[in-house]
Design a protein around this ligand. Structure first.
Ligand code: ADP
Length: 398
């Protein structure tokens, strides 16, 4: 345990999210968000004790400028001296990393090697890592990979049924995502239920704007719904999830669309947004469904039905089912979707408790099935930043 603070960085191509956490108690002392990076009007917003401060990044509207501004802010707040290490979220570690690692030049080369698997994200993470090394001289940097937790999946879960050469030559396989969240939630769920995580069959649904589900047997991931990219699996805010790949040739032949246009449509215009024609935001969909909007009603039903089908499938991967765990913005807040899913899955032994399900909203978490339910349903709020902070402290020796 340490009294040092951890800086957690999550760099996207046009944004940078940061947080300073106390690794012991999870307290967040500061958060920041840099936006519009790459454009002349880029800026970074710092949030401390609920107060916001905006700093323009006009002189350097990029990751380097944002990290420089972050350093200045930490010095101003008197937090700089207390930061002991920096943890970086990295989307893809491919098959190279099955755990978080202390960043060395070799690890930077490894993250570069994985760029084909995360062409938008890994380059942005590298910009953040280089900037952190430049401005926070001497501090250890740790990479925490979204894919690492899924590296325990057996071959029969990660190999696609296509000619093997595409895997051996190009690394085309299923990798999954949201791994840091799954690891946190699996541990927390075991703790909450008073069970030993090394003897527990969990199916965990991480339902945010991106949504996926994973089977965790005795603390290890056995399968997950996202594949080579986050497009596979569940219905999401704007992603279709599983679809017949022949959609590509159908739309090319019948709508004159090219590969990029179809890929964009499946990633950005589909899911809750595509079905409802209204929004990718679950709250908006629920409000409109209550008013009787047919598209919104159907979107909720398809989302819930497809999720329920996946829960049953993931019970196969977990080799049984002790508990179904819900997390992420939708999983933690939408009692409507949880109730629909529990109803579909009643035959698996999930006995819904309406009152408990309502009480579990708004970050409260808790059981959503009856005390005598053969299979437990539970909501566990995720905290990826804290998991990154824990790994960073562990690997930095703090
Ligand atoms: P991200 O994947 O971007 O981290 P979140 O985990 O924050 O996303 O989840 C965002 C989703 O959670 C949105 O669809 C949002 O509508 C949904 N959500 C948040 N609060 C509620 C709520 N009270 N009821 C239903 N859905 C909610």
């Amino acid at each position: 345990m340490t009294d040092k603070l951890i800086l957690v960085l999550n760099c996207g191509s046009s944004s940078l999210k940061g947080a300073v956490l106390n690794n012991d108690n999870g307290d967040v002392l500061m958060t920041c968000l840099a936006e519009k990076m790459g454009l002349p009007d880029a800026y970074i917003t710092f949030k401390v004790n609920g107060e916001k401060e905006r700093v323009e990044l006009a002189h350097a509207p990029n990751h380097t400028g944002a990290v420089e501004a972050l350093l200045a802010e930490l010095k101003k707040l008197g937090l700089y001296e207390k930061v002991g290490a920096i943890g970086h979220r990295v989307v893809s570690g491919g098959e190279l990393y099955s755990d978080s690692v202390l960043i060395t030049d070799e690890v930077i080369a490894g993250i570069e090697k994985c760029i084909p698997l995360a062409p938008l994200h890994n380059p942005a993470h590298l910009l953040g890592i280089h900037a952190a090394r430049k401005y926070f001289v001497g501090l250890p940097n740790v990479a925490v990979f979204d894919t690492a937790f899924h590296q325990t999946m057996p071959e029969h879960a990660y190999i696609y049924a296509i000619p093997r050469k595409y895997y051996t030559d190009l690394g085309l396989r299923r990798y999954g995502a949201h791994g840091t969240s799954y690891r946190f939630v699996a541990e927390e769920a075991a703790r909450f239920m008073g069970k030993d995580s090394s003897n527990l069959k969990l199916v965990i649904a991480h339902l945010g704007n991106g949504a996926s589900i994973a089977a965790v047997r005795n603390g290890k991931c056995m399968d997950t719904s996202m594949g080579l990219t986050p497009l596979e699996g569940l219905v999401m805010g704007t992603r279709s999830g599983d679809i017949d790949p022949s959609v590509f040739s159908f739309l090319a032949n019948n709508a004159g669309m090219n590969i990029q246009q179809i890929t964009d449509m499946l990633n950005k215009e589909s899911g809750l947004l595509g079905i409802s024609g209204l929004s990718n935001d679950c709250r908006t969909i629920e409000e409109n469904a209550e008013q009787g909007h047919a598209g919104a009603v159907l979107a909720l039903e398809i989302f819930s039905y497809r999720l329920a089908k996946y829960i049953a499938a993931m019970a196969v991967a977990a080799g049984g089912l002790d508990a179904v765990v819900f997390t992420g913005g939708i999983g933690e807040n939408s009692n409507t979707i949880r109730e629909k899913v529990l109803t579909y899955c009643a035959f698996l032994g999930l006995k819904a408790d309406h009152e408990r399900n309502l009480a579990a909203r708004f970050g409260n978490g808790g059981y959503i099935t009856a005390e005598n339910s053969p299979v437990t349903g539970v909501v566990i709020p995720t905290n990826e930043e804290l998991m990154i902070a824990h790994d960073t402290a562990r690997l930095s020796g703090l």
